[in-house]
Design a protein around this ligand. Sequence first.
Ligand code: NAP
Length: 433
Amino acid sequence: MTFSIAIIGAGPAGYYTAEAAQKHWGEAVVIDIIDRLPTPYGLIRAGVAPDHQSIKAVTRRYEATNMAPGTRLVGNVMLGRDVSVDELLGLYDAVVLSVGAPLDKPIGIPGDDLPGVVGSAAFVGWYNGHPDHAGLAVDLSHHGAAIIGNGNVAIDCARVLAKTVDELAATDITGHALATLGASAVRDVHIIGRRGPHQASFTTKEAGELGHLVRAQPIVRAGDLPPAADDAALDPGHRKMVTHLRSFAGVPRGDKPVTINFEFFRRPVAVEGQGKAQRLIVETTHLENGQAVGTGELHAIPCGLVIACIGYRTQAIPGTPYAEKLGRFPTDDAGRIAPGLYASGWARRGPSGTIGTNRPDGFSVIAAMVADGISASGKPGPAGLDALLSSRAVTTTDFTGWQRIEAAEVAAARTGAPREKLVDVTKMLQIAL
Ligand code: NAP
């Protein structure tokens, strides 16, 4: 009997889960990694900043996982459209939802539906060439851009808006985004934090990088910084990050044409404009028990682009338990959703941590399967999936197809860039099949 696992989502969480299963069961398990796109690697391809290419070297490890005997990539198969969770549970001994959190958390303020207001999933997906977002209309014809949120995604977006074409050309940014950014009129980027520098979740490297941009100066209002002595209470990593923010304060305005303005203690309350975003209205805040409380004092930040970098949600799947408040599947600590059904990565714990945080996640799901006594039960596994998809005339792609796509992307790269991503699934299929 075949012992089979279906992992939905070919991102870091999916690959680490597959790696853990291979480590535990060796060649006794067959694994299908199913993705709705013909391209694997999820957020490594479509989320990690294009100028942070070294982080993407981890795909070599995922490639090795995928090339191990008994493991397949089944691309171009969408859960809900082509196959249901119940059907997968009937076909495989265990099913793991490693589908990430691709939806933007809504800002929920008046005017957030105006043209010019986007979420970070859409904006990051646009510059990274995710097929869902490659066609996003990004208007950079105005001076100001407001980025809501004090996490690393906010810094990524600010850096991409602030860099020169020369700084971006040799990165993994897609050609359409490079062309739009090259013609950008944006000169003042504002990063809006509803709390203060000590509460920001930037990491040290990401904050520090802003001090080394060719044409942009980061600016922190000295009055927003707590007394230096208070930094002693921070953990060492966070203290170093705050040191960078301190170094941006009180620096005379130089001659770099772009500013990145940290707007701490500002809560977004509305987006205003005639038929499109023209300003973000923010309210000054102060902290009470660590929470941001509005003071009633309002400011207008002129901007034609508002990017909400405030977190993500997992897409609900009809018939599968979903915790609306948490924006993800409800699981126990090990990732169990229901008998035979598990989740790993952001779909289990929400959008937090680094790429590497997904590794222990994958291993804990496999440990749970072992504890649950999951084993070969006579289900048809991959052959059953192939038969079902073929009866529905679903075109699937495999890892070899992805390698063909990759070769075409590498061949089309600008000088110095690692690849030029294909952004159209139909074109991907033509090359993969
Ligand atoms: P994040 O670190 O959780 O930051 C989200 C930010 O949004 C927080 O500052 C939060 O403020 C703010 N926020 C949430 N709701 C808000 C609202 N309604 N109004 C105003 N502000 C609001 O999330 P992220 O930046 O999306 O990053 C996701 C994960 O990916 C993080 O773990 C991040 O470190 C990781 N990541 C890592 C890298 C890297 O290593 N280079 C790059 C990108 C992302 P409060 O704190 O006040 O809630």
